[in-house]
Each structure stands twice: as C-alpha cells, then as structure tokens.
Design a protein around this ligand. Structure first.
Ligand SMILES: NC(=O)C1=CN([C@@H]2O[C@H](COP(=O)(O)OP(=O)(O)OC[C@H]3O[C@@H](n4cnc5c(N)ncnc54)[C@H](O)[C@@H]3O)[C@@H](O)[C@H]2O)C=CC1
Ligand SMILES: O=C(O)C(=O)Cc1ccc(O)cc1
Length: 365
C-alpha cells in the first residue's frame, strides 16, 4: 500500500485523488489550510484521512501532490525542502503557471527532492472538493515540466500515478508553457473579467443591462466566475507574458476602432471572417475536459426508492443525467443528491420538473 499526500483538497486535487483511488492501492491523506475541506473530502470518499501533521505525512509519502493556488504552492515547496532527512516522495503540483514554480523546484532538486511540475489543462469555474469529479481531466492535455534532476523513469512514474485521469500528457519547457497558457487561458480570463466589469459599470445606470446579459454574454464570460484568488496568483506569476499580450491587444483594439470609425464593411467582414475561419478550425475536445458541469442539489428523504423516483421522473422527460452523487453532508437533512447535467438548460428543466413534484432543490455556484 502506497502513501499519497494531497496538499490543497479542492476541485483539482480532489479530482486527481479520485482517479488515483480508481487505479492504485494507496492511502490518500489530505492537508488543507481549511481543515473542514478535508473533513468534507473524507465524507465524500475523495481522501482516506485528514493530515494534521504536514511534516510527518510528507516524510512518509510516496507521492505528494500540491494542488493549492500557485502562490501558496511556492510556500509549500519551501516547507517541503526544509524537511530533514529529505523527503523521498515524488512531488508534483497542478498549478496553472510553471516558470516561477520550476525555479523553486531547483531548490528542491538541490535537496535531492524530485519535483515534476504538472498542469492539467481542464477544470471548471467552480472551486472546492464538492465539485471534484474523476472524469474532470479526461482527454484533456496535461502538461508536465520536469526539473533538472528528473529522470525519464520519474516522468513515467508520474504518468503512471496520473493514468486514471485519462489525460494526454505533454512534456514542455516552463517558459513555453507560460507563453502558451498565457494566450489560450490566462489572457482570455482577463478579457472575460473586463467584459463583465464593463457591463457592471453600465448596469448601475440601466437595470436592463443585467437582464439582457443573461444569454450569450453569460456564456462567453463564464470563466469570470472562477476563483479570484486563484486568478490573481496566476496573473502575478505570468506577468511578463500577460503584459506583452495586453499591449498586443491594445494594438488590436486600435485597429478595430479604426475599422469601426471608417465604417468599411469589407474590413469589418474580413475581420470577423478571419476570426470565424480560425475558430471553426479549432479541434473539438471529445469528452470531459473543459466542459463546465451544471449541477443541481436535491433534498431527498431517506426512504427506499427515493433515488429511483427522481431518476425515473427525469428519464420520463428525456432529461439525461451525466452523474449522480449521494451527499450526506448537510445537517438536519436526510440526504442530498447531486445531479450533474450536460448543460444549464437540462439542469433548469430538471429543477422545474422537480419543483412541480415538491422537491427542494438548490443550485450552488
Ligand atoms: N480550477 C481549475 O479549473 C484549474 C486549476 N488549476 C490549478 O489548480 C490549483 C488548485 O485550483 P482549484 O482546485 O481549482 O482550487 P480550489 O479552491 O478548489 O482548491 C484549492 C485548495 O487549496 C487550499 N489551500 C489554499 N492555500 C493553502 C495552503 N497554504 N495550504 C494548504 N491548502 C491550501 C484551499 O483551502 C482549497 O481547498 C491552482 O493552482 C490552479 O491554478 C489547474 C487547472 C485547472
Ligand atoms: O473553466 C474553464 O473553462 C477553464 O478553463 C478552467 C481552467 C482554469 C485554469 C487552468 O489552468 C486550466 C483550466
């Protein structure tokens, strides 16, 4: 039986823990600044026990996964490198940035600790272990950044630990990683938040802004609902690439301003058409990965057949459920079901139907 220590028991750490449980004989201990997150994770079966002693559990571990926001990751790496004798575990992280973390990894390497940076390129705007799913990273790219003392065998060991994610592994240099993720993930996040801030400014003068922003606007700005802590850490660690992209974007916007000022239909058409052609040619991910999930929480009585009543009701209305989890974490209630749907429309239809049948439901963001 192997020992795994998960530091940061949230969405990504929890999802990876679930995949390790599926594939390996391992006891997973969880450590989190908020111990309540670990207790929830134990109740949900995501980890086996709470770690109250980081140093001792790190010393005994075969694998350590750091799944905290990236600034905290640096602190934890400092703590790990100060443990004596040096920890023998393979250490990995899941952070969205790699340059700063891999520089810190060199200090671990000096202490004989093998660190492999990792970034699963999938997830959700949701946070917390309650949203963890074993299929979250399926078919997603998972970028690995080895440190100077990482052997090929250690990279294979890392992939073996993570095989239950069913992700596609790629090895990259940290700076290349930060440049690429800057373009496809970090910069779009800044823009999504800026679109929301713009709408917010106008919403105070005109309440219709908020109502009309419920459609397409909501879709293209979904990622602005992600964790502000996680994203402020990412932006400060990928500052150089993001500043360069922001300046490029300013030039892009100046060009758009001139197209709009000139009112030249051909220029505008070419601009939109160029974007459409490139976007239409982007690969479509098959399953899992960056799909957000739409969850509905349903309070149910602890009686025989309670679950099948709910599922039958939805099946009769042709609403498909992609995942069901039985939670018993709310005090004073007999049970709570978490139903996951492919999209918000299915979730809203399910909620309406269940309300008609007097079920208490909640949508948690
Ligand atoms: N959310 C996403 O879609 C993705 C996130 N990531 C990266 O994964 C990491 C974790 O993100 P999520 O799981 O989404 O966040 P989360 O908020 O769901 O989980 C983070 C957990 O770390 C804990 N934590 C914070 N500081 C800590 C510390 N000093 N010591 C111990 N625990 C601490 C928090 O209490 C929380 O439970 C971040 O570095 C993020 O950049 C990577 C890919 C996708
Ligand atoms: O919610 C989404 O669509 C995401 O893009 C999630 C995400 C957030 C951070 C990452 O580093 C990778 C993926």
């Amino acid at each position: 039986m192997k020992n795994v220590l998960l530091i940061g028991v949230g969405l990504i750490g929890g999802s990876i823990a679930l995949t390790i449980k599926n594939e390996h004989e391992a006891v997973i201990a969880g450590y989190d600044v908020q111990a309540a997150n670990c207790e929830t994770a134990v109740k949900l079966g995501v980890i086996d026990r709470v770690s109250y002693d980081l140093q001792r559990d790190a010393a005994n571990a075969d694998l350590i996964i750091i799944a905290t926001p990236v600034e905290a990751t640096l602190n934890i790496m400092d703590q790990l490198s100060s443990i004596k004798p040096a920890i023998k575990a393979l250490v990995m992280d899941v952070g969205s940035t790699k340059n700063t973390i891999m520089k810190k990894a060199e200090t671990l390497a000096e202490n004989g600790i093998v660190f492999i940076g990792g970034h699963p390129m999938a997830g959700s705007h949701k946070t917390g272990v309650e949203s963890a799913r074993p299929h979250l990273l399926e078919n997603a790219f998972y970028i690995l950044t080895p440190s100077s003392i990482t052997s090929a065998a250690k990279i294979e060991e890392a992939k073996d630990w993570l095989k239950g994610t069913h992700a596609k592994f790629i090895v990259a240099e940290p700076d290349e990683h930060d440049f690429l993720t800057g373009i496809v993930s970090h910069f779009p996040h800044l823009i999504a938040s800026s679109l929301v801030r713009l709408a917010q400014k106008h919403a105070s003068d005109n309440p219709l802004v908020q109502q009309l922003a419920a459609g397409g606007f909501r879709d293209i700005t979904r990622i602005a609902s992600s964790s502000p802590k996680m994203w402020s850490d990412i932006v400060s660690q990928n500052k150089e690439h993001l500043l360069s992209l922001l300046n490029e974007w300013k030039e892009e916007m100046d060009q758009v301003i001139s197209f709009v000022e000139n009112g030249d239909q051909n220029q505008l058409f070419d601009y939109f058409n160029g974007a459409k052609l490139f976007r239409d040619g982007l690969p479509i991910r098959s399953k899992g990965a960056i799909q957000p999930f739409s969850d509905l929480y349903v309070d149910i009585l602890d009686t025989a057949g309670a679950l099948s009543k709910v599922t039958t009701l939805l099946a009769e209305s042709q609403i498909s459920i992609i995942n069901i989890t039985i939670l018993e974490v709310r005090e004073g209630l007999n049970g709570v079901l978490r139903l996951s749907f492919q999209n918000d429309t299915d979730r809203d239809n399910a909620q309406q139907l269940l309300h008609q049948e007097n079920y208490l439901t909640h949508i948690t963001e």
